[in-house]
Design a protein around this ligand. Structure first.
Ligand code: FES
Length: 243
């Protein structure tokens, strides 16, 4: 256990805990758009910056990556922190002017204008990389990735073609903080336009509901060693049957 302070108040935490994890567990708000408990921290959005001081020296660190230390003094809303956070949100507002979570942060920080002229009003990807990371680290598929560098960076399927490895599980859409990944189930198929994917849906053999892509069920069957024919029913029907 280590003892440290956040905003002047003493806290204890297990070694290895990040400052962000500790702050969240104590209800101390720190904005963090590229962090999700399901995947490893990545440090992409820089919104989670906090000021730390130890032995008379202070500096800014990303709280999603920085682990607690004995005697650390953490400030989550110091002047330096707010200035950096404002700069990041101004940039995000230039890129994604109509994304709800970005607009909310801008309002919170009293930002009225984006830093640069807006190029694309419809841009909704903040390049946090959560979609690609969850696909690789949690699903184990790596169907999509962050490609290119600098201003050309984007989350994409290989060669902007069909993401052939995608199983249509929608984990990417679930973790995306901005709703940039849209999907639709229609006419017996699941479509995820961003990844160029169209996958046939399985019909529940009990209620007839089209409940999951066949490809996802095959993947689960193979990786969890579950016979495919035991995945022929939707979750509701399985629960009702006690299976
Ligand atoms: S949450 Fe820490 S850098 Fe994005």
């Amino acid at each position: 256990m280590v003892t440290l302070t956040i905003n002047g108040r003493e806290h204890q935490a297990e070694e290895g805990t990040t400052i962000l994890e500790l702050a969240r567990s104590r209800g101390i708000p720190i904005p963090a758009l590229c962090n999700h408990e399901a995947v490893k921290p990545y440090g992409a959005c820089r919104l989670c910056m906090v000021e730390i001081a130890k032995d008379g020296r202070s500096r800014l660190v990303t709280s999603c990556l920085y682990q607690v230390e004995e005697g650390l003094e953490v400030q989550t809303h110091s002047e330096k922190v707010i200035n950096v956070r404002r700069g990041i949100v101004e940039l995000l507002l230039s890129r994604c002017p109509n994304v709800r979570v970005v607009r909310d942060l801008a309002t919170e920080l009293h930002i009225k204008e984006p830093l640069f002229p807006i190029e694309n009003e419809d841009e909704d990807c903040i390049l946090c990389g959560l979609c690609a990371r969850v696909c690789t680290e949690v699903v184990g598929v790596s169907a999509i990735s962050l490609v290119n560098k600098g201003t050309g960076k984007e989350a994409a399927s290989p060669f902007h073609d069909v993401a052939n490895d995608c199983i249509g599980c929608l984990s990417c859409a679930f973790v995306c903080p901005t709703g940039a990944i849209k999907a639709e189930d229609r006419e017996g198929y699941r479509e995820i336009p961003k990844w160029g994917v169209r996958l046939k849906l399985k019909q529940c053999e009990t209620c007839g509901y089209l409940f999951a892509p066949e490809k996802q069920l095959q993947y689960i069957s193979k990786h969890e060693c579950i016979p495919e024919d035991s995945l022929n029913r939707c979750q509701d029907c399985r629960s009702k049957a006690g299976g």
